[in-house]
Design a binder for this molecule. Structure first.
Ligand code: MN
Length: 274
C-alpha cells in the first residue's frame, strides 16, 4: 500500500513564504474541538505576537478522532477569514491539508489545541489534539499539543494559552528533539495556583466496564462508550500525577512505538519457519 506521507518532505516545499514575508515565523494552529472552539481562539491570540499564525482546523468537533486520515472521500475547505480555514475532515486531515495544500509551506511550528479536556496517559492514543501534533511531526515541523484538564463549560483558557506562548517561544528559538512532539496538559486551576511545569512521562489510565446500554425509542439496543471516570494509576513522574499536583505537564512523545526492551525476548520465541 502506498504510504500517504511518502512524497511529503522538505524538498518539495518552496523556500520562500507565500506573500513574500520572508522573515516572519510561520505558525500553524489546529485542534480537534473545531474551528469555533474557545481554546483555539485563545491559542491563536496568544501566539500572534510570535509570527504569522494560520488557523486550519476541522469545521466541527472531532474529539477522539485519533490519527485518522480521510483517503476515500473528497475534502472541502472553507476560507473563513484571512489565514482561517475550516476543513470538513479530521484534525490529521486539517494539518496535512494546511501544510501540503493551503499554506504549501512547512511551518516553523505546529500547535494543536487548546483542547477542552485533558489528554493524559493512555487517552493520548485516542486524541485528535495529539494526533494533529503527530501529523505536524510527521511532516517535519516541531509540534506541540495543548490541553486544559477540564471539561467544564466556560473554562478559562488564558493560563494555558500564556504557557503555550512561552513554550512556543523557547521551541522556536532552541528547536526540539527530532521526531518528537510535546504533549502539554495544564491543570484547570487559577493561574496564581499553578506550581510550575514538569517534564513528565506518559501515565496509565484505570479502565472499567465503561459501556452504557440502553433502548432507543423504537426498542432497539444502543451502546454508549465511556462511563465513569476511574482516574489514573498514581505514579511518580507521570503526566497525570503532575497535573493532579497543580503542575503543567510537558511530555515528550515520539512516533516510534517500538518496545525496544522486548526485542531480545521476542527473538527467543523461535517461531517455526518452514
Ligand atoms: Mn477535543
Amino acid at each position: 500500500m502506498p504510504c500517504p506521507y511518502g512524497n511529503t518532505g522538505k524538498a518539495r516545499l518552496p523556500a520562500h513564504r507565500p506573500g513574500g514575508t520572508f522573515l516572519a515565523v510561520l505558525i500553524l494552529v489546529s485542534n480537534d474541538d473545531g474551528i469555533r472552539a474557545a481554546g483555539l481562539q485563545a491559542l491563536e491570540t496568544a501566539l500572534k505576537p510570535l509570527g504569522d499564525v494560520w488557523v486550519v482546523a476541522p469545521d466541527r468537533e472531532q474529539s477522539a478522532a485519533s490519527h485518522s486520515l480521510s483517503l476515500y472521500r473528497p475534502l472541502r475547505v472553507e476560507q473563513i477569514d484571512d489565514r482561517h480555514f475550516a476543513v470538513d475532515g479530521t484534525p490529521t486531515d486539517a494539518v496535512n491539508l494546511a501544510i501540503n495544500g493551503i499554506i504549501k509551506q512547512r511551518p516553523d511550528l505546529v500547535v494543536s489545541g487548546i483542547n477542552h479536556g485533558a489528554n493524559l496517559g493512555d487517552d493520548i492514543t485516542y486524541s485528535g489534539t495529539v494526533s494533529a501534533a503527530m501529523e505536524g511531526t510527521l511532516l517535519g515541523a516541531p509540534s506541540i499539543a495543548m490541553s486544559l484538564a477540564t471539561k467544564e463549560p466556560g473554562a478559562d483558557f488564558s493560563a494555558a494559552a500564556a504557557f503555550a506562548a512561552r513554550l512556543a517561544r523557547r521551541v522556536l528559538a532552541g528547536g526540539m528533539p527530532r521526531d518528537t512532539l510535546l504533549n502539554v496538559n495544564v491543570p484547570a486551576i487559577a493561574a496564581a495556583e499553578l506550581r510550575g511545569y514538569l517534564i513528565t512521562r506518559q501515565g496509565k489510565r484505570r479502565y472499567g466496564d465503561a459501556i452504557i446500554e440502553h433502548l432507543d425509542p423504537r426498542g432497539r439496543k444502543y451502546y454508549w462508550i465511556g462511563g465513569d471516570d476511574l482516574g489514573f494509576v498514581p505514579a511518580e513522574g507521570t503526566d497525570c500525577t503532575a497535573v493532579a499536583g497543580g503542575y503543567i505537564s510537558v511530555t515528550p512523545l515520539h512516533l516510534d512505538l517500538t518496545n525496544y526492551a522486548s526485542i531480545a525476548q521476542l527473538n527467543e520465541l523461535g517461531v517455526e519457519w518452514l
